[in-house]
Design a protein around this ligand. Structure first.
Ligand SMILES: Cc1cc2nc3c(=O)[nH]c(=O)nc-3n(C[C@H](O)[C@H](O)[C@H](O)COP(=O)(O)OP(=O)(O)OC[C@H]3O[C@@H](n4cnc5c(N)ncnc54)[C@H](O)[C@@H]3O)c2cc1C
Ligand code: FES
Length: 357
């Protein structure tokens, strides 16, 4: 751990804002203290503990540029792995002392999750972008149905802690799916919250444990919880889970908000073939598959536009489309409006395109 003071002196910041670029300031200031920057929020990794068989909880302590977040929101976190800068989204729990706790499931062959789960040294410094996402709870009169699969539990845990701090003002049912029992995170904490707050009911469902034929979301009966039609549903997990939950509860609940952590499986028989994508600024023309996102296709050619959540939520990858048709991977919608913005991570090329890249 660095013994230098964590608090950055203010007067060099005021001078520097007038005199030098943020990049130049950061280059030199981070050599004095890795957390000192002109504007960029950074955080230091201060601890790592096991959260389940394949997940860890990391505590991050942000510098003074971090503007905070609401429970249920997400943050794009940047790390350097093998000399390459990579950004992924995580759903932190804001701690009372200002730290952030992220719980990361180690995905097989996943670049960032494996690094965070197993390799990132304590003391490592990561970048933070401003928090984003709408899965927050505002009105006290709503009754909630929270659906989480796998690492989709992370925003729910943050929401439940916030609601518990407000003495659980609404009825909440949490349904939490994992493949096996040892993959559940926060079991003791969730049980303790439910014991302390009679309005909170927690249901753990293991999909690959014993005779678990009714453990999938599409086969789950929610009859027992009552007042389903008055529930605000928040769902989070892999894309296939979110789509199944939406289909299961469509038209039966007061509202349904969901955020997916990964794209649903695509039908490879559709959207075959290739198109030409012209990058207006660099003058390059690339041949991309109609079956994958523009972001993935561009990256495969070594073009790395800014990106973050890779799920169409944070808007970091938004880019001008001068002409051509794109297909939204999640909804299937085709858009051809010239001179409009397209989110590269959740849109695939439908026809030849010209992009502002
Ligand atoms: C808004 C948002 C919030 C997120 N919050 C969290 C969080 O709190 N904790 C957490 O562990 N992850 C979270 N994720 C997922 C996270 O951003 C990364 O996608 C994940 O850590 C894998 O990154 P990677 O670099 O290891 O894998 P990569 O090398 O990028 O790719 C590995 C593959 O794994 C798939 N994948 C991504 N996430 C999952 C998953 N959860 N289960 C199965 N397959 C997956 C990807 O689609 C990709 O095909 C969140 C994602 C989003 C969009
Ligand atoms: S990377 Fe977040 S919207 Fe595309």
């Amino acid at each position: 751990m660095n013994a230098l003071p964590a608090t950055q002196p203010r007067w060099p910041l005021r001078l520097a804002r007038r005199a030098v670029s943020p990049a130049l300031f950061d280059f030199w200031a981070t050599r004095v203290n890795p957390l000192w920057t002109l504007e960029q929020p950074l955080a230091r990794l201060v601890s790592r503990t096991a959260a389940s068989r394949d997940a860890v909880t990391l505590v991050l302590r942000p510098n003074g540029h971090w503007k905070g977040m609401r429970a249920g929101q997400h943050v794009n976190i940047g790390v350097t792995v093998g000399g390459r800068r990579l950004i992924r989204s995580y759903s932190p729990t804001p701690m009372q002392d200002g730290a952030l706790a992220i719980t990361v499931k180690a995905i097989t062959s996943g670049l960032v999750s494996q690094y965070l789960a197993h390799e990132a040294p304590i003391g490592d410094v990561v970048t933070l972008d401003p928090a984003f996402g709408d899965m927050t709870v505002t009105a006290d009169h709503e009754s909630l149905l929270l659906l989480a699969a796998g690492s989709g539990i992370t925003p729910m845990r943050a929401l439940l802690r916030e609601l518990a701090a407000r003495n659980m003002p609404v009825v909440v049912d949490l349904y939490y799916w994992a493949r096996q029992r040892d993959e559940f995170c926060f079991v003791d904490e969730l049980m303790e919250l439910a014991a302390a707050h009679p309005r909170l009911h927690v249901h753990f469902l293991a999909t690959r444990e014993g005779e678990a034929s009714d453990a999938r979301v599409d086969a789950t009966s929610f009859d027992g919880i009552g007042s389903l039609d008055q529930r605000r549903v928040l769902a989070c997990g892999p894309g296939g889970f979110v789509e199944a939950a939406r289909a299961r509860l469509s038209g039966q609940v007061a509202s349904f908000d969901a955020e997916a952590f990964s794209l649903p499986p695509s039908d490879a028989s559709e959207n075959t073939g290739e198109v030409e994508v012209h990058l207006a600024r660099s003058g390059r023309t690339l041949t991309l598959s109609r079956g994958q996102s523009l972001l993935a296709g561009l990256e495969a050619h070594g073009v790395r536009p800014p990106s973050g959540c890779r799920m169409g939520i944070c808007n970091t990858c938004s880019c001008g489309r001068q002409s051509g048709t794109t297909r939204h991977i999640l909804t299937g919608d085709l858009t051809s409006e010239p001179s409009s913005q397209v989110r590269l991570c959740v849109n695939a090329p439908g026809t030849d395109l010209i992009l502002d890249l």
